[in-house]
Design a protein around this ligand. Structure first.
Ligand code: CO
Length: 134
């Protein structure tokens, strides 16, 4: 059911410093910062040959990644995103398997303007999983 790895998201306390790290130290192809107020984050995209890394910095008071950064002041891996061909079919199959879908269970429009869902980390090896419609 799961397809390509769309991205790995890393929350960082200092987006400019993280961008320099990925561009200069790791030699990555790094985008300019993209504020996404609807999602409470500013994102830098690191384009890899086979996937993306998304560096996320909290934006605004209600940022959903603020608490994560409070618990992990140096930053850390926040979630991984897999593509699925049919997000509603994927959701229904996972719920039938006993997995918990976060929120109200309805897909939201994610950072790439495609429907996304998040799955409870306790049901997936301690990792927050995002599913994105391919
Ligand atoms: Co994501």
């Amino acid at each position: 059911m799961i397809g390509r790895l769309n991205h790995v998201a890393i929350v960082v306390p200092d987006l400019a410093a993280a961008s320099r790290l990925y561009a200069d130290t790791l030699g990555g192809k790094v985008s300019a910062p993209v504020p996404q107020p609807a999602h409470g984050v500013t994102v830098v995209f690191v384009e890899l040959p086979n996937t993306k890394i998304e560096l996320l910095e909290p934006l605004g008071e209600g940022s959903p990644v603020r608490a994560f950064l409070d618990r992990n002041p140096a930053g850390g891996m926040h979630h991984i995103c897999y593509e699925v061909d049919d997000i509603l079919a994927a959701r229904d199959r996972l719920k039938a398997e006993g997995a918990r879908v976060l929120g109200d269970g309805e897909p939201k429009i994610g950072a790439h303007d495609k429907p996304v869902l998040f799955l409870h980390p306790k049901d997936f090896c301690g990792t927050l999983v995002e599913l994105e419609q391919a």
